[in-house]
Design a protein around this ligand. Sequence first.
Ligand SMILES: O=C(O)CCC(=O)C(=O)O
Ligand SMILES: [Fe+2]
Length: 160
Amino acid sequence: MGQGLVGAIHGFRETEKSRWSEASRAILQRVQAAAFGPGQTLLSSVHVLDLEARGYIKPHVDSIKFCGATIAGLSLLSPSVMRLVHTQEPGEWLELLLEPGSLYILRGSARYDFSHEILRDEESFFGECRIPRGRRISVICRSLPEGMGPGESGQPPAAC
Ligand SMILES: O=C(O)CCC(=O)C(=O)O
Ligand SMILES: [Fe+2]
């Protein structure tokens, strides 16, 4: 796990995957076309995070050492709520309902000025609406930090 995220994720297992079936490749290509510009290089492997029903992710900003300007995440299995909070203005926040099969894209201010977190089951509400948490799998594509070639990413972190 990347240094930036030590302790941020609870109740999980994860892997980095660079080989995919043809069907999965087609899906990843759609994700990449939607989320990344032609000038952006992606990390060579995709991060797969398997969060158990009681698992959650504490607020963090992905480390700029390991992750570039864009983070795109496909959510599978259980719905969940992602909360974004401005790092300088904690009163400025928003929540995203991540339905299974949905894609979120964090870029610009959402990437750098807001922390993101996945709420634990007890706190999993979208507005008034309770969103019970089950096992959730996310498939996360990230761009390389700027100025870093694909061969220079060293040991890409499982989570950055
Ligand atoms: O599971 C997700 O969609 C987000 C994971 C995350 O924030 C991270 O690995 O840095
Ligand atoms: Fe993150």
